[in-house]
Design a protein around this ligand. Sequence first.
Ligand code: GLU
Length: 286
Amino acid sequence: MSEVNDREYLKDKKRIVIKIGSSSLVHHKTGSLNLVKIEKLVRLITNMSNEGRDVVLVSSGAIAVGVKALGLDSRPNDKAKEQACAAVGQARLMMVYQKLFSEYLKTTAQVLMTKNTMIDMTSRHNARNTFEELLKMHVVPVVNENDTVATDEIEFGDNDTLSAIVAALVGADLLILLSDIDGLYTDDPRTSENAEFISTVEMIDEKILSMGKGAGSRVGKGGMYTKISAARIATDSGADMVIANAADLSVLEDIIEGKEVGTLFKAHKNIDFHLIDYIAENKSIN
Ligand code: GLU
């Protein structure tokens, strides 16, 4: 851990994957989409793309939007019902993204993945080639897990993990996880007064991993533990990762201006890290 503000180099990031969780996309009281927030997200991403950066958005929200659209009180426990929610919600979510991106003259695309997309060599190459083509054409890919067909065996399970895998697949140099927490604390700040904020993580060791246990959010699937697991994938693959609070999305600009916001996990490309083995071995990281 270091206390030095040395984030200037984040200004030069060229290929950025941004993940936003369901809890940051909907109003907590009603479960309906927070359009003001989504509009700002879309505007900022379009601007980053207009600056010449490649941007990939990993967006959760399919199930949450589907639950609302179908008039259900809460996320169903039954797998088929949950998948039906995702089928309805993903289409709605993309409709909103496409509408807003097109208002800023930006073309967007939908990419839905399962674990098999990564494990199967042909699918993985196809997915990588598709991302490359889309980014070459300055399109913003909007990625989600293909929740409609994913089962326990082939699901990533949470979009923190998925976004880190996408970052590794496309060779991103920065992954930003937008969540409902400011970043990593030594303990859960909602229950412990002594919790201290950690600005920079140089290396993910057992101590850092233990800090993630127990802290989770209300609407999405990923807690802090999945975020630290994602950081391991991203940093071992050579990408820096920042966890930041999505409460004010201006944080995205702050991050790429090198301001000290959120928790930065520093990249340290690990030649012994094999992404595909990691995915195959980790059935579910939750
Ligand atoms: N793929 C899920 C959805 O779109 C979200 C998973 C997560 O919250 O990490 O609803």
